[in-house]
Write a protein that binds this ligand. Sequence first.
Ligand code: IVH
Length: 694
Amino acid sequence: MSDTPAHRLAALTERLHYLNHQYYQNDVSEVSDPEFDALLAELAALEAAHPGLASPNSPTQRVGGAVTKQFATVPHRYPMLSLGNTYSEDDLREFDERVQKGLEGAPYAYVCELKFDGVAMSLRYENGQLTQAVTRGDGSRGDVVTANVRTIRPVPLHLRPAPNQPLDLEVRGEVFMPLPVFAELNAEREANDEALLANPRNAASGALKLQDSAQVAARKLSLFAYSLLAPGRTFGSHSETLEALADYGLPVSKTWRRCAGLAEVLAFVHEWDKKRFTLPVATDGIVIKVDDLRQQDQLGYTAKSPRWAIAYKYPAEAGRTRLLAVEYNVGRTGAVTPVAVLAPVPLAGTVVRRATLHNAQQIAVLDLRVGDLVLVEKGGEIIPKITGAVLAERPAEAVPIAYPTACPACGTALVRTEGEAHIRCPNERGCPPQLKARLEHYVSRKALNIDGLGAETVGRFFDLNLLRTVADIYTLPARRAELVTLERMGEKSIANLLAGIEKSKAAPFDKVLFGLGIRHVGETVARKLAAHYRSIENLAAAPAAEMAAVPEVGGIIAEAAAAWFRQPESQQLLEQLRVAGVQLALMGEAPAPASDRLAGKTFVLSGVFEHHSREELQRLIEAHGGKISGSISKKLSYLVAGENMGPAKREKALALKVPIIAENDLLELLAVPTAPPGAAPIGGGDEVPQLSLF
Ligand code: IVH
């Protein structure tokens, strides 16, 4: 096959669709994650270079990028109904009797499925291509969220043709946030002192409404399909429908079962009562559907729901246990949150020992006392919470809960800011858990991601007085002699730690800004502020009112950021970080202003790079007047090779005598200082330095 951009683009697209299908539908990883990402990045570069060739269902849409200002509302072709709910076996018996009567004694069977607790979604495929995704809305009209749904990896962007089946169809399914993703998201929110999401359903529905689809992609949503509406379909039962959905390449949970009658339905309900907690998706019941599609038609619909299906809801998992004590955690921003210590109680598949109490108000509203018998529920069956105390059984010795007035960690008098539910310890610079949490935040994966310096090591170094502020991290290399004397700190861990610290100096400015742990400055805000102000000097000099006008920032965040920059300790910290060589400006910005030194030069980026993402390198090249190309030709100036670069590229470049350079060579060309500080950027002149060719 000739290697034109169009051919390569088509081949990459097909390969990526295939790999996605293997991964999400067949559980097979044919390539490693970096290999997959490299293919995806190559496709993205090709599409960027040839916008006319990009298709709306390209695998690159998985990473998002499209921004929807306002979601359009459209009518559903077929209304999206809901299901009647039942809560008892008696209700199920009555449902079965109604079905029996409606079918006038003819034999029938059911299909039982789990009821996934997420957001209902309607997917339209035309000629096998995903063309529209619409939320349920009010059942007759919903919001168009296509760009966001395209980021959901298990949702095929085009269908595999199923023999004799139509390719124009409407698929219904449930979008959900897998439980491990939900747990990670909430852990992150907790670390940032942000309000926790009550359950995965809210998390999924919130994610679908995000305007920036790249952010939706980061939420790692998933979907299970459970129904299909297609005029030309040939199958006659719901069980065949589920099989057809899977044949089309749609994700169908394998948990469904055909049941001959009510007894088998009840057995299914019992079987999944506890087993459902082993699944990585929240479920709140069982959906029971008459299998035969003609019989479904015969039974018909009420105004709101089908007569041929019903949802059995498991009772909310609640338990009673003793409140043994209340402990107080101090978070990174000083928020003091109460945590209930409970006598262990089994609930919804796990043993609950602790529950959140949110804040002082909640303790007062519930009138809780230590020693009380309390009711514990799992909200969305994930985060245990206390819903009340059994006042009739309150022991005489139950002690009212006295909310602390001083910080449990450092003794400083606590303060409550008006309008905020949390009580805070204001001792930002001296309260140990706050200092420790700020260090942990700085080194965490989403911030500076310092290898060899995990939360545990940070805690240890803090206790040993080796670390107090994040700037102290950069003094560790000079204190090697002290480090080697520590237990469990071998040569290898030290080397790893120091390499991680060195590498963090090349982390982009927005990561550093996020890592500083300024109140309310989360990942997105840090990105927006970094993009707008481009350097810490500009940001520190900006008045709060101006910062508040940056999209996604607003008054509260701006005030918090401006207050942080006003503190002399912050100024000092920034000075120390600057000296250490940490990026306090966008790459290619001050101190190295954009230039035209790459004018007339074209580059192909291939593989995975050490210091920068491909996008950053691309921006850098363009900022210095260079161009990015998608394919290798004689006219190409350089092939910039990262790790895992495809062998075909290398061979072609060698054959055409195109110089192959490494990331560092490129950075030298650009005169962008990289770690270690002092690595001489090339001086004035127009001369291109000697590059290592390989
Ligand atoms: S079938 C006519 N099957 O539950 C409605 N729904 O109240 C047909 N759901 O809106 C829906 N898992 O969001 C069906 N396996 C499943 C389901 C399921 C979850 C949701 C769906 C629907 C609601 C019904």
